[in-house]
Each structure stands twice: as C-alpha cells, then as structure tokens.
Design a binder for this molecule. Structure first.
Ligand code: KIV
Length: 266
C-alpha cells in the first residue's frame, strides 16, 4: 500500500500544481474500488439522500445515516483521505457541531468533516479547528439550503455576491479550515478564490483551475436518474468496466482535461 493521503499531502499537491481527484462513495465496495483507482479524497456526501435513499433533496439525511455509510466506506478504504458531510442541521450551535463532528470521527471513521452554511460557519470552523478537527467548508451552491434559495443555481455571479464569497473563503482559511469546496461557482470567481488561499480548493461545477475536482459517483457512472448536471460527465459512456471509468476520471482530472469548457459556468 502507498502512504495514506493526509492534509499535508494535499497542500503539497496544491503547491506543486498537482490536481486532487475526489469522488463520493457510500459503501465499502465502491470505497475499495475508488481507493485502488488512485482517488485521493473519498467524500461520504449527504448526496446519499438522493442517490442511495431516493429523496429529492439532501435535507432528510440524518446523522445516523451519515455514520452508517461512513463506517461502511471506512472499512473499504485504506489510503484515501475520508471526508464526511455534516448533514442538514447538524451544526445549529457550536456545541452540537462539536458533538456531531466527534461522532463522525469516532463512530464513522471520518478524517475531515465538511459543512455547508457560509455566514454561520466561521465560529463553528474556529471551534472545530481549535480542537484539531479537520474541516472542509462548502461554499457556493449549498444543497441543504435548496428550499431557502429556491433551486439548484449557480452562486456568486453578481459582483457583491462574488466579493462576499471571496471574503468568506479567506476568513474561513484564517478561522482554520483545512479545505474549501466550491459548488456551482463561475470559473473566474473559483480561480480567484483558489489563488487567494493556501489551502486546497476542490471544485464541482467550478471550472478547471481549482486544486481538485469532485463529482458524485452515481453521476459519473451514469446511474443517476433524470438529466445529469451540466458540470458532470458520464465516464461509463466510453464503455468498459466501472473500475476503468473511475480510472478515466482520475486520469482526466490529473491531466486537466476534465472539466472541459462545456462543464463550466461563466
Ligand atoms: O453531498 C455531496 O456529495 C457533496 C458533493 C456534491 C460535493 O457535497
């Protein structure tokens, strides 16, 4: 086995301009396959509410669901860094955020917790970081807020919103965030944020200049029902086995050929 992926290694990759490949997984078998294919970060996303449980949003996902799937993924994974989502309302206060992040790490095997909610994140990220809990702050489109924002839309197109997101990203870095994840953000803004922080930035629908890319596993395998998101790509369409599709995704992220122009927002 090659050395386990650490946050330090991801920072080194950013410094060297080496792209980080990240995918979601929700069970041990796929975790093993992704790990063997060279994915550096496995995300147990609360997207499991949609692709595993069949809900129309991520809002119904609970802490018990996240712990269950995270434990399964941890059993299949050997080398990749394991990042796990804090589900809807897992961080209503600093105290509950600490309790729930601890549970994801101790019972779920998480090595990094990811949380949505830009404005209120700062205090929570500060307190998690103070206690040595690695954190990824999710900016841009935040699917847990879908009912508030009225749909899955590109975020940060207006100049005031773009400036607020850039400021927020830099504040989160100062607060101790270890990673940022940008979802559905114009390419120019994602590039500016990536260049303004020292911590690695993983994008989804945020253009090719982020330090790494993440996609939902079911989207790249073409099994998500309905129309695929614009920023995604079915890596099974070239034929072959699932392992080959994942290897193609990793190779294209590393080579910078995914995402291409048709996957990017202006
Ligand atoms: O839940 C998830 O899978 C995510 C990705 C879409 C980034 O947060």
């Amino acid at each position: 086995m090659t050395a386990p992926i650490t946050l330090n290694r991801l920072r080194e990759m950013k410094a060297r301009g080496e792209k980080i490949a990240c995918l979601t997984a929700y069970d041990a078998s796929f975790a093993r396959l992704l790990d063997k294919a060279g994915v550096e970060v496995i995300l147990v996303g609360d997207s499991l509410g949609m692709v595993i449980q069949g809900h129309s949003t991520t809002v119904p996902v609970t802490m018990d669901d996240m712990v269950y799937h995270s434990r399964a993924v941890a059993r299949g994974n050997e080398r990749a860094l394991l990042m796990v989502d804090m589900p809807f309302m897992a961080c209503p206060t600093v105290e509950l955020a600490l309790v729930n992040a601890t549970r994801l790490m101790q019972a779920g095997g998480a090595q990094v917790v990811k949380l949505e909610g830009s404005g209120v994140q700062l205090e929570i990220v500060t307190e998690l970081a103070r206690r040595s809990i690695p954190v990824c702050a999710h900016l841009g489109l935040q699917p847990q807020s879908v009912h508030k924002i009225g749909g899955y839309r590109v975020q940060g197109r207006e100049s005031a919103a773009a400036k607020a997101m850039l400021d927020n990203a830099m504040q989160l870095e100062r607060a101790g965030a270890d990673l940022l994840l940008l979802e559905c953000v114009p390419e120019s803004l994602a590039t500016e944020i990536t260049e303004s922080v020292a911590i690695p930035v993983i994008g989804i629908g945020a253009g090719p200049r982020c330090d790494g890319q993440v996609l939902v596993l079911h989207d790249i395998l073409g099994v998500t029902p309905g129309k695929a998101p614009r920023f995604s790509r079915n890596f099974m369409s070239g034929g072959g086995a699932i392992g080959e599709a994942v290897a193609r995704y990793v190779a294209e992220v590393k080579a910078g050929s995914f995402p291409a122009q048709q996957h990017v927002f202006e």
